[in-house]
Design a protein around this ligand. Structure first.
Ligand code: OGA
Ligand code: NI
Length: 335
């Protein structure tokens, strides 16, 4: 059965959303949630004097511990490249529906790459107000261009350039996060596979929603990644759970939002927090976001870093390969 796309439903000019999108009362979002001043880090200070480097490492470390999310500026990815990434993503979603369907994925069969819409797990299951595109971005040896959009024709080139640039930002952040734990600079990168670390690109497309107060974009979750680096268009919508409240993340032009995911929570033995987050949608604007998930290869064993363990700090997480971790989380089982 062909999936029904949220974009097509939204284009139908409806005034009320179909019942599968209406969340239970307790899940409905406050669209005027107070905005959160999540930590804002100036990454250029990592290349400055030793004092500034030390201060910035501490800022990144406490943001990862207290919030599990922060924004970075002066990250080295040019404004122009982010603008081009956004333009090619938008151009893809603006293609005729039949053309987008030629890239349809088959999530039910475990084939997530391509164009998709999340399916409900059961008949009462609720849906998020979003379609997406998903493909592996890195390492080059594993890129499968058959699963990437061929239109616009510059998609591939722009996305490859973005992948290379974002890798530089990831490396710097992982170094700072390692130093902050008292580890060797390269420790966390190595723990997630070093050169074999993978990056996945997702484009979230949230069409305008006639009843945004009843719906959610993506439902509350933590990412499984080590880090997720996200840019969005100028429409706000990301919310994070902090001290028992949902707070909205402010849109900061040209900033990249960095999420700590489950993988870093495990490696740091719980010191870094995997941020619980969700997205809300807008009544009259399209929201788009581009998260890049940095993950270990599936066969990499994930366990708390042994340098962080002693008699007083036992391991809080069992060792598992990343593939097993993912399977257990998706299927909600322990083993
Ligand atoms: C995600 C996600 C948030 C957003 O895709 O994992 O959390 O702002 N997206 O779109
Ligand atoms: Ni997420």
């Amino acid at each position: 059965m062909a999936a029904v796309r949220v974009q097509s439903i939204a284009m139908g000019g409806i005034e009320a959303i179909p019942s599968q999108f209406i969340r239970a009362n307790h899940e409905r979002p406050a669209l005027n949630a107070p905005s959160a001043k999540i930590p804002l880090i100036d990454m250029s200070k990592l290349d400055a004097s030793p004092d500034l480097l030390q201060q910035t490492v501490a800022e990144i470390g406490s943001a990862a511990q207290e919030w599990g999310i922060f924004q970075v500026v002066n990250h080295g990815v040019s404004e122009d490249l982010i603008r081009r990434l956004q333009a090619v993503g938008k151009e893809f979603f603006d293609l005729p529906q039949e053309e987008k369907e030629t890239y349809a994925n088959n999530a039910e069969e475990g084939n997530l790459e391509g164009y998709g819409t999340k399916l409900a797990h059961n008949i009462e299951g609720k849906l998020g107000w979003t379609d997406y595109y998903f493909h592996l971005l890195w390492p080059p040896s594993r890129q499968n261009f058959n699963t990437w959009p061929r239109r616009p024709s510059s998609y591939r080139e722009v996305c490859e350039e973005y992948g290379r640039e974002i890798m530089g930002v990831v490396d710097k952040l992982l170094s700072a996060l390692s130093i902050n734990l008292g580890l060797q600079e390269c420790s966390l990168k190595e723990a997630i596979g070093g050169e074999n670390m993978e990056m996945e690109m997702k484009i979230n497309y949230y069409p305008p929603c006639p009843q945004p107060e009843l719906a959610l974009g993506v439902v509350p979750h933590t990412d499984m990644s080590a880090l997720t680096l996200l840019v969005s268009n100028q429409v706000p919508g990301l919310q994070v759970h902090k001290d028992s409240n949902w707070v909205a993340v402010d849109y900061v032009p040209n900033a990249i939002i960095v999420h700590i995911g489950d993988t870093l929570q495990i490696l740091s033995n719980g010191k870094y927090k995997n941020v619980f987050h969700r997205s809300v949608v807008s009544k009259d604007k399209v929201r788009m976001s581009w998260p890049v998930f940095c993950i270990p290869p599936g066969n990499k064993v994930l366990a708390p870093m042994k340098e962080l363990l002693d008699d007083h700090s036992p391991a809080l997480f069992a060792a598992k390969t990343f593939a097993d971790y993912r399977r257990c989380k998706i299927n909600k089982v322990d083993k």
